[in-house]
Write a protein that binds this ligand. Structure first.
Ligand code: SF4
Length: 701
């Protein structure tokens, strides 16, 4: 019968960091339907994306042959993607020709212009093994550390603050721990949309008595489950959080024993928050003093309190400061290191945790080991069998910095695997022009993305259900992803394309199975040293840290000490730094960007998933109904949104949860690419751009 699958394959959802395990039901090399599996993070649940967002893999626009840009084809950052003119711009090529043009071309740039003339973006959608090989290729094949990925646009600031404060960038407790918490603060996150299954655990916890405090400038659906909702003014995180700390300090609610035995720098933070009284901060952050006092007391005095946060915290020029405040709150109250008590930055992509752990970032090798440390370089040189002095001791450039280095003529060639900076970078018109001006852009992807449209060589790669590999979710669970179907046409596995490019650059690799790459990772990454491939095959998921074979792994960490040099955590004070661009007479509104339930990031997969696209086919601007009335705009009207950097048109949608004076837009729509408007101003510590705040005007029509 048509409905009976001929094979069932156990794998992991390709979308968000919750990491739901699922079963692909396959017939004749086609995925028929998907079911939730009893994984540790999802217990059979799936959201609409996981359950219905799979048929993009069978979409007719899948890339099935290598493509090379025609010599006479125009190459410009001023473009609107047109899938119908692809063959006017590109011609089909053999793998041999495409790999020689890609790898050979990168080699030529390296040899003629120096190692730092190259850069690479890997992907948080790829496996741990792909991320590991990609960064190894950049460090040993290109010979520099110019390697980054979308963590730079996501939780880079959280990771900087966490590494500085508590010595580890990962979460202290799994999401499921909300069931053990008396109080949960959820700040700058919209989990019903972005982490739906995690949101279901939060909802369940509130039904069982956990008090949920939602803090966000936008009032989103999770507010219906909240004990208190603090809809503070956009950008005013630090005043609100410092005011809470002021209450905790002045009312003697700090955990003196914890501070004395496990932290340093408390005096500094006590002094810093003295000025931030709730009365002074109330008009600045828009939350009355009594509510600030109430939630501060509730958080500090509960037996177990947990803080979860998202991009609302991280994507600011003060993103690192925002996270520093959350860490300080947990440290001064001793709310960390116990079940139901800790810090959890909700990871976005399904493998952004693993890609970062695997070293797909410019300052550190796998497991956050500094490239600037001679001893560590020597260790990796041995592991990778390369001369010690061939490894660059200088941290590489980050995502936005790479675009500026292209403009200066310093970077001339790039290899982009599975990322779409032409849509996801801030000030995307600028990023598109930078990419278009490269001597050589190699893009490896499954569709002709907006970035691939600017490429010189396009390498057709594997979709998620077409490959084996491990993926690490937001809870630090390393999970096994398994191939369920074959790649279409001549498309190939990403891992082997990376190896072929590396060998064109003289790396001399000969990995034959993905497990060999994982085994090499274990040898260089103490946190996963105890996780064997066989165990992953058997158990499907193992949590790290897992340093020795047979270790069960630790879902809750920092129980006795912190992984810092002293074993102590460190308080770092923060003061108010305003957003880089403020509304004014010309651009009077604030633009907030983010995601929506049905679409994933730049939309390359979900907008080609038939059911998801049917649910949300068009770009919309969410505006408060009172603002709409003042502007003479009705729901469904066309509106133009304009910033100093770009202009897009879309349909207006009334949303009482959007604060007055602001407009919210998802960044999934190429025809209204909202990142052409966003500001590329960076957090100085983490180099994360300010996606959550820039000045725009909205006009009818
Ligand atoms: Fe996939 Fe995340 Fe939805 Fe789970 S919650 S099914 S991981 S998108």
């Amino acid at each position: 019968a048509l409905s009976v699958p001929d094979k069932q394959v156990e794998s992991v959802c390709p979308f968000c960091g919750v990491g739901c395990q699922l079963t692909y039901n396959v017939k004749d090399n086609k995925i028929m339907y998907v079911e939730g599996r009893d994984g540790p993070a999802n217990e059979k649940r799936l959201c609409v994306k996981g359950r219905y967002g799979f048929d993009y893999v069978h979409h007719p626009q899948r890339l099935t042959k290598p493509l090379i840009r025609r010599e006479d084809a125009p190459k410009s950052g001023d473009f609107l993607m047109d899938p119908d003119n692809v063959m006017e711009i590109f011609r089909e090529a053999s793998w041999e020709e495409a790999l020689e043009m890609a790898g050979g071309g990168l080699r030529k740039i390296r040899d003629e212009h120096g190692k730092k003339a190259l850069a690479g973006f890997g992907s948080a959608k790829g496996s741990n093994e792909e991320a590991y090989l990609f960064q190894k290729l950049v460090r040993t094949g290109f010979g520099c550390n110019n390697v980054d990925h979308c963590t730079r646009l996501c939780h880079a600031s959280s990771v900087v603050a966490l590494l500085e404060g508590i010595g580890s960038g990962a979460v202290s407790n799994p999401v499921m721990d909300v069931a053990k918490a008396e109080v949960v603060i959820l700040i700058g996150a919209n989990p019903i949309v972005n982490h739906p299954v995690a949101a279901s655990w939060i909802k369940n916890a509130t039904k069982a008595g956990t008090k949920l405090i939602v803090m966000d400038p936008r009032r989103t659906d999770i507010a219906r489950y909240a004990h208190r909702v603090l809809q503070f003014k956009p950008d005013m995180d630090v005043p609100l959080l410092n005011a809470m700390m002021n209450v905790i300090v002045t009312e003697g609610l700090v955990d003196k024993d914890f501070i004395a035995s496990r932290t340093s720098g408390y005096e500094e933070i006590e002094k810093n928050v003295a000025e931030y009284t709730p009365e002074k901060m109330a008009p600045i952050c828009g939350i009355d003093a009594e509510t600030i006092r109430y939630v501060a007391r509730l958080y500090a005095t509960s037996k177990a309190s947990m803080i979860l946060w998202g991009m609302g915290i991280s994507q600011h020029v003060h993103g690192t400061d925002n996270a520093r405040c959350l860490i300080a709150l947990s440290l001064m109250t001793g709310q960390i290191g116990k079940p139901g008590s800790g810090l959890h930055p909700l990871r976005g992509q399904n493998n952004v945790q693993g890609a970062s752990d695997a070293g797909l970032i410019p300052m550190v090798y796998p497991d956050y080991q500094s490239v600037a440390d001679a001893e560590i370089r020597s260790k990796f040189a041995k592991a990778w069998n390369v001369p010690e002095d061939s490894l660059d001791p200088n941290p590489g450039l980050t995502v936005v910095e790479i675009m500026h280095a292209i403009d200066r003529g310093e970077i001339r060639g790039m290899y982009v695997e599975g990322e779409n900076p032409a849509m996801s970078d801030p000030d995307a018109n600028h990023a598109r022009h930078s990419l278009a001006s490269l001597d050589l852009l190699v893009v490896q992807d499954i569709f002709l993305t907006e970035t691939a449209y600017l490429a010189d060589v396009i390498l057709p790669a594997s979709a998620f259900p077409e490959k084996d590999g491990t993926f690490t979710n937001t809870d630090r669970l390393v999970q096994m992803g398994r191939a369920a179907i074959d790649t279409p046409g001549e498309a190939r596995q990403d891992l082997w394309i990376i190896q072929d490019i590396a060998n064109k650059l003289g790396c001399g690799w000969d990995y034959k199975h993905v497990s060999e790459v994982f085994d090499e990772m274990r040898k260089t990454m103490p946190s996963i040293a105890g996780i064997t491939w066989d165990r992953l095959e058997r158990e499907h998921a193992v949590v790290y840290p897992c340093e020795k074979e047979g270790d069960p792994g630790d879902p809750v960490v920092f129980v006795d000490d912190f992984p810092t040099k002293t074993g102590r955590a460190r308080f770092v004070p923060a003061d108010i730094i305003p957003a880089a661009e403020q509304p004014d007479g010309e651009y009077p509104m604030v633009l907030i960007t983010g995601r929506q339930l049905e679409h994933w990031h730049t939309g390359s997969m979900t907008r080609r998933a038939s059911m998801l696209d049917a649910l949300e086919p068009d770009p919309t601007a969410q505006i408060h109904p009172l603002d709409m009335a003042e502007m003479g705009i009705a729901p469904g009207d066309l509106v133009t949104i304009e910033s100093r950097r770009g202009k897009v048109a879309m349909w207006a949608r009334a949303d009482e949860g959007t604060p007055r004076g602001a407009v919210f837009v998802a960044f999934a729509y190429y025809e209204a690419a909202i990142n052409t408007l966003t500001n590329a101003a960076l957090d100085p510590a983490a180099k994360i751009p300010e996606f959550k705040y820039c000045a725009v005007r909205v006009t009818p029509g």
